[in-house]
Design a protein around this ligand. Structure first.
Ligand SMILES: [Zn+2]
Ligand SMILES: [Zn+2]
Length: 288
């Protein structure tokens, strides 16, 4: 059975890559770039499930039937469920890629209801991070040899991604002098990876946070919320949902509920264990 899931997946991804390739993509191009990127990713997951068992792409497997499959009139499996089934039925765990995919999914859902504005560096960063997943997943779990059209599309995406990856590495290079300067000055600046563009360039200095890479300018509260969503998951975003397993604590310095325990290696300098999003204070591991 051939439903061209794979060709459709790559078609969407190629469109996303092309929407975003101009010097200055418009709001509309950014919107469709992200929406189509997400559609492509979802289809890619479904394609792998389909290879295992066509019933797996039905949201409700009890209602899986060939007639609905052929007509396309059925609710298909959603992202979380698809990941669950990939793990259970195909022994595939997307591991670290989850963070990036989940962030893109959230953005995509917001796009449906709101106008959001992302800078080109932010959106290309996401695209390149998503490409890391698409490439890994396709090479490891998808049989390209039996579908030449899909294979050609995949090669085309690969070619075009070189320019996007180049854009990111150029930009990473260009912000290095400023990052080095900030690192040399150390306190009170801490640099963490930006929850918008994922680059290690968000300067946390208390009250406001600025990303050197994507130029995001966030107040402390929204930086903290975006960080929680990215690192702890969207389901832990609401305060009442995390009362029995808290990870935001009262800051001994400013007394705001804004102290977060960072993982070792996720901040620089000097790898403190806890940082307050509100006042920017860092508390070394030994003292926390
Ligand atoms: Zn950023
Ligand atoms: Zn504080």
């Amino acid at each position: 059975m051939d439903f061209n899931l794979l060709e459709n997946a790559f078609d969407y991804i190629l469109d996303a890559v092309q929407q975003l390739q101009g010097k200055k993509p418009s709001k509309k191009q950014i919107k469709y770039g992200l929406v189509h990127l997400w559609s492509g990713i979802e289809l890619l997951l479904k394609k792998r499930l389909m290879d295992e068992d066509w019933a797996l792409i039905f949201h409700n497997m009890n209602k899986a039937n060939k007639k609905a499959l052929h007509s396309g009139e059925f609710y298909s499996v959603k992202f979380d469920k698809a990941l669950e089934r990939l793990k259970e039925k195909c022994e595939i765990d997307i591991g670290d890629h989850f963070e990036v995919l989940d962030a893109i999914r959230n953005e995509r859902n917001k796009l449906e209801h709101f106008q959001i504005s992302l800078s080109k560096p932010a959106v290309i960063s996401r695209l390149v991070a998503a490409w890391g997943f698409i490439l890994d997943f396709t090479v490891s779990h998808i049989d390209l040899d039996s579908d030449h059209t899909a294979e050609k599309l995949f090669e085309k995406i690969k070619d075009k991604m070189i320019a996007h990856e180049g854009f990111i590495s150029e930009r990473v290079k260009s912000i290095q002098p400023e990052l080095r300067k900030i690192k040399a000055e150390r306190y009170p600046y801490t640099i963490i990876d930006c929850p918008i563009c994922f680059q290690d360039a968000l300067i946390l200095k208390g009250e406001t946070c600025e990303c050197l890479f994507c130029k995001a300018d966030l107040d402390w509260k929204s930086a903290m919320e975006k960080w929680i969503i990215l690192k702890e998951g969207y389901h832990r975003y609401h305060e009442k949902d995390r009362w029995n397993d808290p990870f935001i604590f009262e800051c001994p310095e400013c007394e705001y509920e804004a102290l977060y325990q960072f993982e070792d290696g996720s901040t620089a300098p000097p790898d403190p264990a806890a940082i307050c999003f509100h006042c920017g204070v860092m508390i070394p591991s030994q003292e926390w």
